[in-house]
Design a protein around this ligand. Structure first.
Ligand code: DQA
Length: 147
């Protein structure tokens, strides 16, 4: 069973993009560190600027039957994508919402997540460590379990 680490729009720019907010690590650095921190786990890493590609990836891992869950940083889609919310509602695998920054301590428009209600839980504000905490959260959850 693998874990899908799924990143949405603009997260490909980590390292260069607003480093004072998102840190200096690239997404590759973060993914590499995750793999190294959990050597016994199998990961799939996927990033897209495209909403549809993210939805298709969620359905693909759901249907594969070999994914124990998703650690999702949806980027700005977090704040407005009802399509992403519906996709998360449509699958049974747990989805953990993560953010590098604390979205509740930022601009008003970022304080609302349209996906939180349908995610298993939310981790926000711990920089790259948010992804690590997301993986740890998933490890405590089995397919179809309720918290
Ligand atoms: C983000 C927060 C979002 O508001 C923003 O659009 C991002 C990154 C975060 O990881 O802190 O792209 O999801």
């Amino acid at each position: 069973m693998s874990i899908l680490v799924l990143n949405g729009p603009n997260l490909s720019r980590l390292g260069k993009r607003e480093p004072e907010v998102y840190g200096r690590q690239t997404l590759d650095d973060i993914n590499r560190e995750l793999g190294a921190s959990f050597p016994d786990l199998s990961f799939e890493f996927f990033q897209s600027e495209d909403e549809g590609a993210l939805l298709e990836k969620i359905f693909q891992v759901e249907d594969s039957g070999s994914c124990r869950g998703v650690v999702l940083n949806a980027g700005a889609l977090t704040h407005y994508s009802i399509a992403l919310r519906d996709a998360i509602s449509a699958v049974t695998i747990p989805v953990i919402e993560v953010h590098l920054s604390n979205i509740y301590a930022r601009e008003e428009f970022r304080r609302k997540s349209v996906i939180s209600e349908v995610c298993t839980g939310v981790i926000s504000g711990f920089g790259a460590n948010s992804y690590h905490l997301g993986v740890r959260a998933l490890l405590g959850i089995s397919r179809n379990d309720q918290l």
